[in-house]
Ligand binder design. Sequence first.
Ligand code: NAD
Ligand code: 6OD
Length: 500
Amino acid sequence: MESTMTRQARFPLPDGLRTLRNYVDGRFVETGRIFDDVSPLDGCVIGQVHEADAALVDHAVKAARKALGGPWGAMSVQERAQRLHAVADVIERRFDAFVAAEVADTGRPMAQARTLDVYRGMANLRTFADLGKVAHGDYFETRLANGQDLMNYTVRKPLGVIASICPWNLPLLSMTWKAGPALACGNTMVVKPSEETPASATLLAEAFDEAGIPPGVFNLVHGFGPGSAGEAMTRHPGVDAVTFTGESRTGSTIMKAVADGVKDISFELGGKNAAVVFADCDFDAAVQGIVTSSFTNAGQVCLCSERVYVERPIFDRFVAALKARTEALRIGWPDDDGVFMGSLISHQHRDKVLSYYRLAEQEGATVVTGGGVPRFGDTRDEGAFVQPTIWTGLPDTARCLREEVFGPVCHVSPFDTEAEVIARVNGTAYGLAGCVWTTNLARAHRVSRQFHAGIVWVNTWFSRDLRTPFGGSRLSGIGREGGRYSLDFYSETTNICVAL
Ligand code: NAD
Ligand code: 6OD
């Protein structure tokens, strides 16, 4: 095989994006500290990323502070909304470049990059621009025991300079999910994408620039976590709040780093989500639902179902149907006809996923399908692909059923009663998401409200209304974002009490 430096990537970054620069105070900045952006589809180097150090992060935070007290802070809510719509319009105009950037960095099918990232990116900015316009405060009238009348009302103000630290699995979705409401509320930001996915972030900075957003409002820094831009952001005294999406362990590290400054935090972390399939389900819809919820984006969605519980009377038939449908999934290049799964994000992540494939066998799993690496006979063999994998036969205490794998894998267990399955669903350190598949309406409501999870879908998965609360409990996060929950997090509220 040729060296990855000389081979041409099958999915390169769009023209003009091979050098990935920071965007600070309205300027694109090179630092000379370069790391490679690598395509997980074939292992080729596709770009050179300029890593930000603590000094550049400091510059970005100061620029954000200046912009907060400058034109952005002075703008009306309506004007800010108009500007955010203008950014979304640029994304729409450059739609194909955004898709190409996401595909090159993540190795996902183009169709999934279109819907999961680029449409959602635009929707995030537009939705929160509009919600910001209808954000309101509270009003209370009170008469005290001494007859004194009071009027209390609240005013919303920006929280300040927001550090936003994002994961690689849904890059544009995550960045805009935070930037939309934070900016609509009048804050300014320093944003760090994952080191694995610098490209769509750089395009997003270009969109902010092109839309004429004032310098310092949206700053982008590239780099890693510890000892790099991520840590510098969390430790910077000029940062007022940190919104973080990523692994639970990273969340814990960040929590310690922000403790000294008592900064506000919003954390969206990992999951070990369960799906429960009752014998009265629409069988075909449930089988397809589990394929989708376990294998979309190669299982790299925090909401994916890694634990599936199927009522015993349909267990064998369900597993057989799931195996058949999984084996029919097309794995391949992002633009292959009907492709459902691309590569994982990186070779390093593939090592982690494969280590769980091996561990499952050591823990006694039956491998219903998958468990290895597909062979293509072309440059994809240099990529980070794995087979979608189904296990059965593990006890609930197995590590593979307790730890987040974050790959295309699910374990299917039989269950007998509602009470039993609810106890097993909740027997996890996480609390992010779940699914219930049933045609019994009363059962759907009864069971779903007993999930220890931030969101439960009934007869569907990852269907989103951006006004709803989103987030998790336990190891899955702190707080909720979405709709008014985002507006509340990104606002500082002052209560004014007037003696009448
Ligand atoms: P990660 O925690 O490895 O990295 C996330 C971000 O944090 C990256 O930008 C990284 O550079 C940065 N980072 C790492 N260490 C840091 C440190 N010490 N200080 C500051 N920044 C640091 O997560 P990932 O691998 O990019 O993403 C996958 C994880 O994210 C999975 O666990 C997944 O479940 C979770 N996730 C959760 C949600 C949710 O909404 N709950 C959404 C998407 C992803
Ligand atoms: O849909 C969303 O709003 C959201 N934040 C999704 C996150 C998915 C995690 O991988």
